[in-house]
Design a protein around this ligand. Sequence first.
Ligand SMILES: NC(=O)c1ccc[n+]([C@@H]2O[C@H](COP(=O)([O-])OP(=O)(O)OC[C@H]3O[C@@H](n4cnc5c(N)ncnc54)[C@H](O)[C@@H]3O)[C@@H](O)[C@H]2O)c1
Ligand SMILES: [Zn+2]
Length: 369
Amino acid sequence: MAQRLSVSYQKKPCYDIVFSTSFEGLWEELQELGAEGRRLCIVTDSNVDTLYGDAVLKLLEGKCLKAVKYVFPAGEEHKTLDTAKDVYTCLIREGFDRKDLLIALGGGVVGDLTGYVAATYLRGIDFVQIPTTLLSQVDSSIGGKTGVDFDGYKNMVGAFKMPVLVYMNLSVLSSLEDRQYFSGFAEVMKSALIKDAAFYEWLIENMYEICGRDMAVLEQMVMRCCGIKKLVVEKDPTEQGDRALLNLGHTIGHAIEKARNFELYHGECVALGTVAAAYISWKKELLSMEEYYEIRDMFVPFYLPISVDGIDPQEILRLTKSDKKMSAGKIRFVLLKKIGKAFVDMTVTDEEILAAIEEIHFNDEDAHA
Ligand SMILES: NC(=O)c1ccc[n+]([C@@H]2O[C@H](COP(=O)([O-])OP(=O)(O)OC[C@H]3O[C@@H](n4cnc5c(N)ncnc54)[C@H](O)[C@@H]3O)[C@@H](O)[C@H]2O)c1
Ligand SMILES: [Zn+2]
């Protein structure tokens, strides 16, 4: 029996997250949504298509009004309005109307793009998320944030659009490249650090199983993360308050991502940003020195970086301050009161940010001195 969580929006049950280890139960879930009488379009990227595209299409063919697949080249550089336009063209050509359904099969790029198309095609049609990366399973597929990048700016154009179902087949995590998998794990650590100290301890206890992608342990891990994300987005669906806590590590993280031209993966930058945020929390006497070093070193066994070279700390500070997470000229910085308890702080100074960037800056000259 697949496990499930129900997510509410504006206090009403809105969609289920189904946890499974295969695609077998997918059609049954779609039937609950009346899929027999609807056209279905699977939107996926070239990598995921090669691995799972046909298997999922076969599950739908002959059971609904029409089943089609739209494939675009994998990569963040294709999360654009141009790709969205190509999906609109495909939907129009295939005669999709308001009652039809999109299925996002892939990582965060596919989910964000498909959700955006679903929010805008004919002023909104339903969509299902089938997240296939660890990042998308624990984070991006839940909560209804959708969008595309524009003119080099990430997620510049978007909409809040809730999926009608999130179906997770955890076994697809086994085909992820190591670097992608561990990058997604940074968001798992983030979830534990902001909300759940017991989960953080559990992650330490199950480190070997997590690194070895033990399916039973992964199932528990993903479910717990989704539970945390569910609580946060239910309380604050449009990021007026508590949802901002999910940005732990993202303020400095995004700046590093940009400064290093997106060569580092998102989760790797989140790990670095989280170390920096924990450092500021220590310097502000919220965390003890032991807690700071423990958090920092927890990333190491998961192959995540705790220092970075090739950056200019002043540039990172500038980029940090130009990030979206500003309010009336002040940075809304997520800090830790303790492990499992985060809060938004508006008092972090440039000097404190710079000191934290220096802390994670691996300087070649220092190393050779
Ligand atoms: N909407 C939100 O709330 C939210 C939250 C966090 C991140 N995001 C967005 O998510 C995106 C990043 O998502 P991502 O890390 O999943 O990247 P991604 O979608 O680009 O996937 C990473 C790579 O893994 C491949 N892949 C996907 N599933 C696979 C599988 N099972 N096996 C093998 N390869 C697989 C993809 O083809 C791609 O090459 C960013 O655009 C980010 O802005 C959105
Ligand atoms: Zn993130």
